[in-house]
Each structure stands twice: as C-alpha cells, then as structure tokens.
Unconditional design. Structure first.
Length: 320
C-alpha cells in the first residue's frame, strides 16, 4: 500500500527526532499535561498536589512556575480554550482552582461536592464542567465561579467533553457507552454502545470531523461527529487505553496505556505512523496546538530507588 506524502513527511521528521526529552516537573507522578491554546506554555498536574507551568523555548521546556494550594492530588487540568493565560485544575480536595499565569495566582477556588477526577472547559470559554468520584458532573460559570447546574449519573462517569460546536455534552461510562446530552439543556440525546467494556477517554479532533474513544478492551474507536457512527478502530495497544490526543491538523491520533509505547496512528487510514517508546505506563498525552510535538507523562519509578531524582517528569517527543 502506498504511504501518503503526509505520513512520509511525518515519519521523516520523527526519524530525525526519535529521542524523547525529559524535563523535571514534580516530586511525584504526573497525571495530566495540557498545552495553552497558543502553544507557548505546557501545564502539568501531579500527585504531589501542585501544578507546574513551562514555557516552550526553541528546543526545550523551561519551568516558569509551580502552583501550590490544592490539598490533594491534581488529577486533571485544562486551559481556557481561547485565553492563553488561564488554566483550571481539578483535585481530590473537593475544589477546582482557576489560575492566571500573568500573576501566578489562584484567581478562584470553587468548592465542589466530591473528589474531582475530570475537568473540561467549554469551547466558548463560558463554562467549566467537573466530574467527581461519585459520578456527579457540576457545571460552573467561568466568570462568576458559581455552579450553574449539577447532574448525578447512575453510571460510572470516566471522561467528559463538549463537542466543538458547544451544543452537546459527551460522557464516557463504565458500561462501555458514550452518553450524549444536549447543551445547555442537558437532556439525553443518545447513548451509543461503543465498547464491550469500560469506555475510558474521549477526545474531539480540532477540525470537528471526528471524535475518538479509548476503552478497557485496549481499542481506540474513531467516530464521525455528524453521523455518530464508528468509522474505524485502532488495535495496536494491549492494555486499557487511558489517554488520547489529536494532532493540530486532525491527521494524527496518539493513544497510550500501560503498554511501553505510545501509538501514533494516521487518522484517515488507521495505519501505524510511529511508535514512541516509553519505559513505563503512560498517564497522559497531548499534541501541541500548532506543530507535531507530543507532550506526555509516564509512571516514573525512579523516585523509589534514588530519592535525589525527581519522579515526576514531563516528556516531549518530536523536538529537534
């Protein structure tokens, strides 16, 4: 089968830059990494109860600040979709915090009902949704920092996301389903039986054509946003798929698990484009919003054997 010019170009690029580079970020494992909308900054959230923010220089990450305040693990974080100075963190301490990188201060602490495990910011920037361990999703007004709505679900909620048009809200659940609600009404529209086992993560491609889900059955499925049908599956991983990310042009999909590699697939064919080697399970992956540069974080074990070495590193693949 002929390889597309795009795949050839990407493979040449990755072949020239095969080494992943590590940057010390935290004193414990990193659960979440995310790029600001402009791609100048990368944020990481850790088991050590802090968030870190790095500036991307030409060929490296330079730590800008460490954000303290949470009383428990920072499990997930995300940036404002269009303001590159604001990001929000979700923690097991029953709060979310909004931070401003210009002042390096927490501009809001919002108390929630339970231990928070997932968070997302609506594409229009107006609402933050946060899900907790008791399967309650709270919708918080990003300006007033007050709760606008709260939904208790009768199933295990794993990851949550708006579609790019901001008019539907998606949840992946423990029964292998994708639940779709209208937004802002939050009325059930559809439930899709996506996987035979626990459906873990979900991501929308920047072009608005597809979304992908990752499951405990080790499969990644790709869905047509308009038709809500599964277009293809990616099956190169052997362990539950924990994390997904589309490249900025929507042409590559990175997926990772406890396998010791990150799979990079060409979205349109499902072909393997590249494999990023890792020494341990991967918790989180995030493509840069403007270039083929992948940030990720693994279950770094080094801290056990050598206390002088930081356990929580952030890694970049695709640097020159």
């Amino acid at each position: 089968m002929a390889v597309s010019p795009y795949v050839q170009a990407m493979q040449e690029l990755f072949r020239a830059n095969t080494r992943s580079r590590e940057f010390p970020a935290h004193g414990a494992k990193v659960h979440s990494v995310a790029w600001s909308c402009c791609g100048r900054r990368l944020a990481s959230g850790s088991f050590d109860k802090t968030a870190s923010v790095f500036l991307l220089e030409k060929d490296r990450l330079v730590k800008e600040n460490n954000y303290r305040g949470h009383g428990d693990s920072v499990d997930q974080l995300c940036w404002h979709p269009s303001n590159p100075d604001l990001f929000v963190t979700a923690s097991g301490d029953k709060t979310i915090r909004i931070w401003d990188v210009r002042t390096t201060k927490c501009i809001a602490t919002v108390n929630t009902k339970g231990e928070n495990i997932n968070i997302c910011w609506s594409p229009d920037g107006q609402t933050i949704a946060v899900g907790n361990k008791d399967d309650v999703v709270t919708f918080i007004d990003a300006k007033t920092h007050r709760s606008k709505a709260e939904e208790q679900f009768k199933f295990e909620v794993n990851e949550i996301s708006w579609n790019n048009d901001n008019n539907m809200f998606f949840l992946t659940n423990g029964n292998g389903c994708i639940n779709i609600l209208s937004y802002p009404e939050l009325k059930p529209i559809q439930s899709i039986n996506a996987h035979p086992s626990n459906c873990i993560c979900i991501k929308f491609d920047p072009m608005g054509k597809y979304f992908a889900t990752g499951s405990a059955d080790a499969l990644v499925s790709l869905w047509d946003v308009d038709e809500l049908v599964c277009v293809r599956c990616f099956s190169r991983l052997d362990w539950p798929v924990r994390t997904l990310s589309f490249s900025h042009d929507g042409k590559m999909l990175a997926s990772a698990s406890e396998d010791h590699f990150i799979d990079i697939a060409e979205v349109e064919t499902g072909e393997k484009l590249w494999e990023v080697q890792c020494e341990s399970p991967t918790f989180t992956v995030a493509w840069h919003p403007k270039r083929p540069l992948l940030a990720f974080a693994c279950d770094d074990k080094d801290g056990k054997y050598d206390s002088s070495r930081e356990a929580g590193t952030v890694k970049l693949f695709g640097l020159p």
